[in-house]
Design a binder for this molecule. Structure first.
Ligand SMILES: NC(=O)c1ccc[n+]([C@@H]2O[C@H](COP(=O)([O-])OP(=O)(O)OC[C@H]3O[C@@H](n4cnc5c(N)ncnc54)[C@H](O)[C@@H]3O)[C@@H](O)[C@H]2O)c1
Length: 340
């Protein structure tokens, strides 16, 4: 991709947002027309570390291990690591049941994952480290300083952050040219997109390595620039926040709002259920980054979202958000707070 944006929003796109087929290319505001696909070459990366074993970390470790990479999965919480292994096992079983994976691949995949609690030990011999810890800016800077101290000089340091500035995280290290955003989508084993975010100093080599590596994982990378929320959450989070406002103002109930967006807009899942899957704490953090980063009231988180996070109703991961989830069957019903 050529560099897009950075204040150059003055040239009109000659033919709407897309050119006619056969070459589907996107017109970026203010600069050239770009194409997101490049030739796949092997990156020769073998050893990966994933920091954070929660919703995203377990999925990222799953995908790397399934594709033959040796993975160190690191979390401060031993119970999060055990839960992650159990989730990966269940998700591999689901793929086997659907005929998408050979039975033998389950053991091979799990054997490639080693769990650890110390970052220093876990990153020491790695080629790539993907940070997927809690969405907290100060925590991420601290983790990146530790990664930078202990990882080999050649290692690429990537973050799965949903919204926090890659440039700002990179500035905490002595290798900002080797820091990049590698934003996987949830659930990682299923979703094709990797949003690849180039920080201010990220080098061309590191960017093309991560684009190639994403393809080796069977994903489709799309390169974007580093502004709050990037592309995915800049667009998704205001929609989720507006769905919560719509509920808060009593325009519709939980199921009604989700049904309108599923049946009317062909979304596979309603925005409130999607918020539950993402985690309401994660949604709140992203909205705060958008609100702080742009200073516009339209990104202010709905007070209902703020209250739900304060009450510990974080969605699927805590068993209740807008819906309540049966831990065994994953069946859902509207949470009692919204039916009273
Ligand atoms: N949830 C989503 O749908 C989604 C999608 C894309 C990106 N993301 C991003 O991925 C990242 C992780 O999100 P998540 O939903 O998996 O969060 P999560 O709350 O499910 O998991 C976070 C994990 O990080 C661990 N952790 C916290 N501090 C740590 C430290 N110092 N060292 C090691 N581990 C630490 C926690 O113990 C926890 O297991 C965030 O940056 C988030 O914005 C989330």
């Amino acid at each position: 991709m050529t560099n897009v944006g950075f204040g150059m929003h003055n040239r009109a796109c000659p033919a709407g947002f897309y050119l006619s087929p056969p070459t589907l290319q996107v017109c970026s505001p203010g600069t050239a027309i770009f194409n997101t696909f490049a030739t796949v070459k092997s990156t020769r990366m073998k050893k990966i570390a994933v920091i954070g074993a929660g919703t995203m970390g377990n999925g990222i470790a799953h995908v790397f291990a399934m594709n033959g990479y040796a993975v160190h999965l690191i979390d401060i919480s031993e119970s999060a690591l055990q839960k992650a292994l159990a989730t990966i096992g269940k998700n591999l079983d689901r793929m086997i049941a659907k005929g998408k994976l050979e039975e033998t691949a389950k053991t091979e995949t799990l054997d490639r994952i080693t769990t650890m609690t110390a970052i220093a030990e876990g990153v020491a011999d790695r080629d790539l480290i993907v940070e997927a810890a809690t969405e907290n800016p100060d925590l991420k800077r601290k983790i990146f300083q530790e990664m930078d101290t202990h990882a080999p000089a050649h290692a690429i340091l990537a973050t799965n952050t949903s919204s926090i500035s890659i440039t700002w995280i990179a500035a905490a290290t002595k290798r900002p040219d080797q820091v990049i955003g590698m934003h996987f989508m949830n659930p990682v084993p299923v979703m094709k997109l990797v949003e690849v975010i180039r920080g201010y100093a990220t080098s061309d080599t590191v960017t093309s390595t991560i684009m190639t590596l994403s393809k080796e994982l069977g994903k489709t990378p799309v390169e974007v620039n580093d502004y709050p929320g990037f592309v995915a959450n800049r667009i998704l989070m205001p929609m989720i926040n507006e769905a919560i406002e719509t509920l808060f103002e009593g325009v519709g109930g939980v199921e009604e709002i989700d049904q309108v967006m599923k049946l009317g807009m062909a979304h596979p899942m309603g925005p409130l259920q999607l918020a539950d899957f993402i985690g309401l704490d994660v949604c709140l953090s992203i909205l705060q980054v958008l609100h702080d980063g742009f200073g516009r009231p339209k990104y202010a988180p709905c007070p209902l979202l703020v209250n739900m996070v304060a009450a510990g109703k974080l969605g699927v991961k805590t068993g209740e958000g807008f819906y309540r989830y049966d831990p065994a069957t994953r069946e859902k019903e509207v949470a009692p707070f919204f039916t009273r």
